[in-house]
Design a protein around this ligand. Sequence first.
Ligand SMILES: [Zn+2]
Ligand SMILES: [Zn+2]
Length: 265
Amino acid sequence: MDIALAILASAIAMTVIVGVRYVAASAGFALATRLKHPGLYAGLDRQIRMEIGWSLASAAIYGIPAGIVAWGWKAHGWTRIYTDVHAWPLWYLPLSVFLYLFLHDTWFYWTHRAMHVPALFRRYHAVHHASRPPTAWAAMSFHWGEALSGAIVIPLLVFAIPIHVGALGLVLTIMTVMGVTNHMGWEIFPAWMWRGPLGGWLITASHHQRHHERYGCNYGLYFRFWDRLCGTDQGLGRFDPAARRMGPRRPAAADQRRAAGDAGA
Ligand SMILES: [Zn+2]
Ligand SMILES: [Zn+2]
């Protein structure tokens, strides 16, 4: 019984942490949006409420497996998370961060592509694409079924690949910041980063914007590697006002037809 309570407490604590992290990051970047591009989210209040609702539900879906694993780590030393920075060579720290990001990206690319198969799109992924255009609040706006597919990645990886607890914190921070900024509706990163050679491999808002415009392309999360390898990379989207006007007024049925038509792309 004590064990069940401890696991439950850990799952609740992690859900609260994920939820608060989401609210803090999204509120921070929404405020930055208001200062930098006043009126960008005008008329989207109803959509934003939906985005927040789905995202908070996702916080529980992400928090529960993470909480169970965190309990196992503390109580029984489960996982390959380490706290002594010298337990592995220092060069392994950046490598471990890259490995986690790359494997998460790989998982995301293929599950996201699967989500564009029409039946899965209608059942699950339409929730995420109901944000037209997405805002800083859409980072975790997923149907619970889709959230579940994302929630298991990091809790499984920590059993397979050693990572320092601080490096894991960095991975989670990158995950949160990129999730929010990729949906924000404008580029916060300097142009040399996303337009230059580095931008050919990294995903920022301009790249994910095109996914929300065209659906059947640009499926990646952090890197353009899989999109480029599989021929699904269609370059960078634009943030011009005309594209924004087209976005929110397109009927949902047209979106579904579009997802269906592009599913094999
Ligand atoms: Zn998205
Ligand atoms: Zn999608």
